[in-house]
Write a protein that binds this ligand. Sequence first.
Ligand code: HEM
Ligand code: NFK
Length: 294
Amino acid sequence: MSEHAGERPLEAGIRTDLRQTMSYGAYLDLDRLLSSQHPVSRPEHHDELLFIIQHQTTELWFKLVLHELRAVRDHLDADDPARARKGLARVKHIFRTLAEQWSVLATLTPSEYAEFRGSLGSSSGFQSHQYRAVEFILGNKNAAMLKVFDSAPEGQAVLAELLDSPTVYDAFLAHLARRGHAVPDEVLHRDVRQAWTMHADLVPVLRAIYDDTEAHWPDYATCEDLVDIEDAFQFWRFRHLRTVQRTIGFTTGTGGSSGAAFLRRALDLTFFPELYEVRTGIGASAQVPPPAAV
Ligand code: HEM
Ligand SMILES: N[C@@H](CC(=O)c1ccccc1NC=O)C(=O)O
C-alpha cells in the first residue's frame, strides 16, 4: 500500500513522452472538438453551453446512425441479414441513448431558457440536415425539406443523395423478394423519391412471415428490428416534444412553426406502416372468449 492511500502511483511503463507518437487528443482532434462550442448570449448565459453540447452530441450520434444505416442498406442489398441486424441493433441502442439524454436538458428551466432563447434568432433544430437525413433513409422523404438547406449546400447535397436513393425498408423488401417472398412489383419498382405510404397488399406477405416465424426466423427477426427502430425514433420525437412543452409550452418556434402542435404531428408519421398493420391482423384472428353471461 502506498503511503498516500488517496494517490495511485504512475506505473513505470506508462507513456508520458507523446511528442513522436499519436496521442489521445490528436487521435480525437480534441482541440477542434472542444473549441467548437460558441455561446452567442451576451453576457454569456451559464446554461447555453448545456444547450450547445446537447445538440452537438446529438448530431454526433446522428452521424453514426447514418453511417450504420447506410451499411445496413448495403448488407441487405448483399443478402447478408446477419450483418444488417447487427447494424440495426447498434442503431436501436443509439436512439435509446439519445432518448435518455433528454433528461440532461430537462434540467434547463423555462426561466433559464428564456434568458438566452432570444439570442438564437431563427435557428432551429428544424434545420438539422442529419435529422432529416435519418428520416429520409428510413422512409419519411419530403423533397420540400431540401429548400430549408439552400444556405447549407453540403447538408443539402446529403439530403439530395438520400432522396434519390432506396431506403432501408426498400432494401429489406427487395431482400425479402430475393428470398422468395411475394413482395408486390409496385413496391419493388416504386418511385423512391416519394415518402413511403401504406401498401396494403404487402401486409399478407408479412403476415405469412409472422404466421410461421420458425420457417422465416431471420426475416421475422429483421422485421422486429425495424419495429424497434421506429419505436425508438418515435420515443426520441416524443421526449423532444415533452422537453419543448416543459421549456416553451405552446409558444411558436424560432424556426417559424407553431411549435409543440407542429412537433406532435410528427408522432403520427410511420416508417413501416405494414409492420404495424400486420399486428392488427394477428390480433383479430385471436380467439377472444365471449363475455361471460351475467
Ligand atoms: C429547450 C430545448 C428545445 C426546444 C425548446 C426546442 C424547440 C423546437 C421547436 C419549437 C421545433 C419546431 C421547429 C421550430 O419552429 O423551431 C423544434 C424542431 C426540432 N428540434 Fe428542437 N427544441 C429543443 C431542443 C432540441 C435538441 C436538443 C435537439 C437535438 C438535435 C433538437 C432537434 C430538433 C429537430 C431535429 C427538430 C425538427 C423536428 C421535426 O421536423 O419534426 N431540438 N425544436
Ligand atoms: N426551435 C427552438 C429553438 C431551439 O431549440 C434551437 C435553437 C437553435 C438550435 C437548435 C435548437 N433546437 C431545436 O429546435 C425554440 O423555438 O425555442
